[in-house]
Design a protein around this ligand. Sequence first.
Ligand code: KMT
Ligand code: NI
Length: 179
Amino acid sequence: SIEAWFMDDSDEDHRMPHKLNPNEPVSLKELENIGVFYWKLDADIYETDPALEKIRKDRGYSYSDIITIDKDKLPNYEDKLKMFFEEHLHLDDEIRYILDGRAYFDVRDREDRWIRIAMTKGDLITLPAGIYHRFTLTETNYTQAMRLFVGEPVWKAYNRPADEFDIRQKYVSRVMPML
Ligand code: KMT
Ligand code: NI
C-alpha cells in the first residue's frame, strides 16, 4: 500500500523524507478525502498490462508519455526540478505512474499542512485539478514516470497563490464544503 506522512517544517534538503518525530502517517482514506487516488500495478508489464488499460479506458486517459528524470537524460534538469518543487496547481488532473525509481508528491491537506506521498515502482496516482502540490526526487535522484492525460496534454502550472481560479474554487468547495 501507499506510504504517506505529514511533513516536518525543516529547511533541510527536500529530497530527504521529512517525517515528523514520532511519524504521523496519512492513510489512503485521508488522501481520498482530498481527492487523491491511488493504484498499485505491475510496472514490469506496463506495455501490455490489462489493469492499466482498464484504468485508462474507464477514466479516458487517452494520452501518455514517459519522462525520465535523471541528470544526464532530462534536458534542463535543474530548472525543471526547481519548477516541479514550486507549490502549484493545474487546471486538469495530474496523473503519474512510476515505472522505475522513486519520487515524492507533496499535497496540501484541508488545514494547509504538507502531506508527503512516497511513490515507488508500480504506484499510479491522480492529483485532482485545483489541488496545491509539488514534486521532488528522493535521495536516489532518479525516476521514470508515465504521464497520463485526458485528451491533449496541458502541463501549465500556476504557482500559489492561485486562489481566484475557478478550478481552485471548485476544488475547495468539493473537499472543504464547510468552509
Ligand atoms: C508536476 O506538474 O508536478 C509534474 O509534472 C511533476 C513531475 S512528473 C513525474
Ligand atoms: Ni503539478
